[in-house]
Ligand binder design. Structure first.
Ligand SMILES: [Zn+2]
Length: 354
């Protein structure tokens, strides 16, 4: 990769043939001590070429959308990663406060995080002062790399301890490599940058005129889903606890745990809160609509188990349930996942019973 000798001048521009010859002339006049005073050979070129080779392309700008007085969202049109979308599949939220910008979830790659940083600069000259990660799935934190790189290791990146442990364990690198595979290497160059600060349920952060309150009510989408409330704006970031029109991964989660979490959030937020998912649009009825859909999977599965029906019968009951059937045609990922997630509901019903 690094066999072509190209020279740079000290401004980083590629040197002309005339500059190189002049430099070589000076070298012969002053000896090797003159090396590097006016031209820096090769080393930066090699590093640059390696970055070009292993780094994926930049992600196209997405203009942020203002959701409330302080809260903005960079919206992901797609719900799943592809080569075409470069992994841009999860919304990125940022809060413009009197004490800097706070980002909640950073996207699925270095390149997506860099795009988010560009977009934040279009809205405010203030620096990013803190990042929060909702949970350990890679589309929510792989973009940390861009923020750590731009703002330094002292930038606080908060998450629940469970999430940080998963990212520091095998899940971190697993998600990094999966995202590369799913995007045909578009996310290459992304490094695992785990959270470096712990937070927990009930903690409040004051950033000038804005308060951020942490919520956590046990296993739901994963065993560690942080919901961040932007108190003054009545906005809740709900990570992947609920999705607008995509069926959520529940491999690491719990159906009853999700219903319990929704009840607790709804008690905190009341009827007027805006719930912001990472997949799909924010809605005031998001917990109600997604909760109804999930109950259409859970309740027939429990019924099938209690009546000693086989798992296939549970699937048939779920598909017939109007709460599921009404959304089957339009919900993204439905056909690929409904069988698996019904099985998970059936198995959880079995565990709950014993
Ligand atoms: Zn997730």
């Amino acid at each position: 990769m690094c066999i072509r000798p190209v020279f740079f001048d000290l401004d980083g521009k590629v040197a002309t043939r005339r500059q190189i010859l002049a430099h070589l002339g000076r070298m012969s006049a002053v000896g090797v001590t003159g090396l590097g005073l006016s031209l820096v050979p090769m080393v930066r070129t090699c590093a640059g070429e390696v970055v070009d080779f292993i780094g994926g392309p930049p992600v196209a700008d997405i203009a942020p959308r203002q959701l409330s007085k302080h809260v903005w969202m960079i919206y992901a049109q797609d719900a799943f990663p592809t080569a075409e979308n470069h992994g841009m599949m999860a919304n990125i939220l940022f809060v413009v406060t009197g004490k800097g910008v706070v980002v909640v979830d950073t996207g699925a790659s270095l390149q997506i995080g860099q795009m988010a940083l560009r977009m934040i600069k279009k809205i405010t000259p203030q620096p990013v002062v803190a990042v929060f990660n909702s949970h350990f799935h890679g589309d929510h934190w792989l973009g940390n790399h861009a923020f750590g790189e731009a703002l330094g290791p002292q930038l606080p990146i908060y998450s629940l301890d469970y999430t940080t442990a998963q990212i520091n364990g095998h899940e971190g690198d697993l998600w990094r490599s999966l995202m590369e595979r799913w995007t045909n290497q578009s996310t290459m160059g992304t490094q695992v940058t785990p959270p470096n600060k712990s937070t927990s349920h009930g903690q409040e952060f004051r950033f000038g005129d804005v308060t951020l309150k942490m919520h956590f009510y046990g296993q739901a989408h994963t065993k560690g889903d942080l919901s961040v409330e932007i108190v003054e704006d009545k906005v809740f970031h709900v990570g992947d606890l609920a999705m607008e029109n995509r069926i959520a991964n529940i491999d690491d989660g719990s159906y009853p745990g999700t219903f319990n979490y929704f009840d607790k959030l709804q008690q905190s937020g009341g009827s007027d809160a805006l719930w912001v998912p990472c997949h799909g649009n924010p809605r005031k009825d998001l917990l109600a609509t997604y909760g109804t859909f999930l109950k259409g999977i859970w309740e027939p599965s429990v019924q099938a188990f209690k009546n000693d029906m086989p798992i296939e019968k549970a699937k048939a009951l779920v598909l017939q349930d109007p709460r599921v059937a009404s959304r089957a045609k339009s919900m993204l990922g439905f056909d690929q996942n409904i069988g698996k997630y019904t099985s998970l509901a059936y198995l959880e019903a079995e565990r709950e019973t014993f």
